[in-house]
Design a protein around this ligand. Structure first.
Ligand SMILES: Nc1ncnc2c1ncn2[C@@H]1O[C@H](COP(=O)(O)OP(=O)(O)OP(=O)(O)O)[C@@H](O)[C@H]1O
Ligand SMILES: [Mg+2]
Length: 213
């Protein structure tokens, strides 16, 4: 089954064509690598899928259901989760609270998830005290506790230490084993080859290359 189908999506900001007639599909359980230079439209594509940005044209389907006509909260409830390029967590909340605000769960469940992302020792710390990589790991914990089915990852390795990079790769692989579908924005071509099934390259909002990873 196709988990994601994007059909002829365009989005312009004034005169800037951020997305120009983008179409692709992604099978359930597969990981798509999304590449392209700065400003090529990668984040905008994730924003359109989650409806944080409303497209000008085209359709988005998730599990055979049209979602571009739905409000963002409904799309999230269908199991679409996101790891943001920046600003994805609540700095003034504790690590635990960042999970509980995202899912209807108990402390024990949160603890188990935090163990998987190696943050269990930080459970009662303010999220603001975490390093950049640990913040990304906490966002992974959030999609895990929500049990999201489609996970959109916006440069989760950018600016992350080597140790945390390894942890994040391990978590990505674990999610893949569980059958999650992912779209991963990433610049490192070797990492893309390691983690992705297929690649799409954007340039000025257009797909200029679609290939097996
Ligand atoms: N909210 C917005 N308002 C106006 N222009 C925007 C907005 N969001 C994106 N753009 C523009 O759309 C284009 C695509 O931006 P986008 O953030 O999707 O690129 P990107 O591929 O994610 O880039 P980067 O690698 O730098 O993260 C850019 O020209 C950007 O300036
Ligand atoms: Mg971006």
């Amino acid at each position: 089954m196709m988990a994601v189908e994007v059909k002829g999506v365009s989005k312009h900001f004034g005169g800037v064509k951020a997305l120009d007639n983008v179409s692709f599909s992604l099978r359930q359980g597969k990981t798509l690598g999304l590449v392209g230079g700065n400003g090529s439209g990668k984040t905008t594509l994730l924003n359109v899928i989650t409806k944080m940005v409303v497209s000008n044209k085209g359709e988005v389907w998730f599990n055979d259901e049209r979602i571009d006509t739905m409000p963002a909260y409904k799309i999230a409830r269908l199991g679409v989760g996101r790891i943001f390029q920046t600003g994805g967590i609540f700095n003034n909340m504790t690590v635990l609270e960042n999970l509980l605000v995202a899912a209807n769960a108990e402390r024990e469940e949160a603890e188990a998830v935090l163990r998987e992302v190696d943050l269990h020792e930080k459970i009662d710390d303010k999220a603001a005290t975490l390093s950049g990589g640990q913040m990304r790991l906490l966002e992974f914990g959030r999609v895990m506790i929500r049990n999201d089915e489609l996970i959109l990852l916006d440069e989760p390795f950018a600016g992350v230490s080597e140790a945390n990079t390894k942890k994040i790769e391990r978590v990505v692989r674990k999610l893949q084993k569980q059958g999650k579908t992912m779209i991963l924005i990433e610049h490192d071509s070797r990492r893309i080859k390691r983690l992705c099934d297929k690649i799409i390259e954007l340039e000025k909002g257009k797909i200029i290359r679609e290939a097996k990873a």
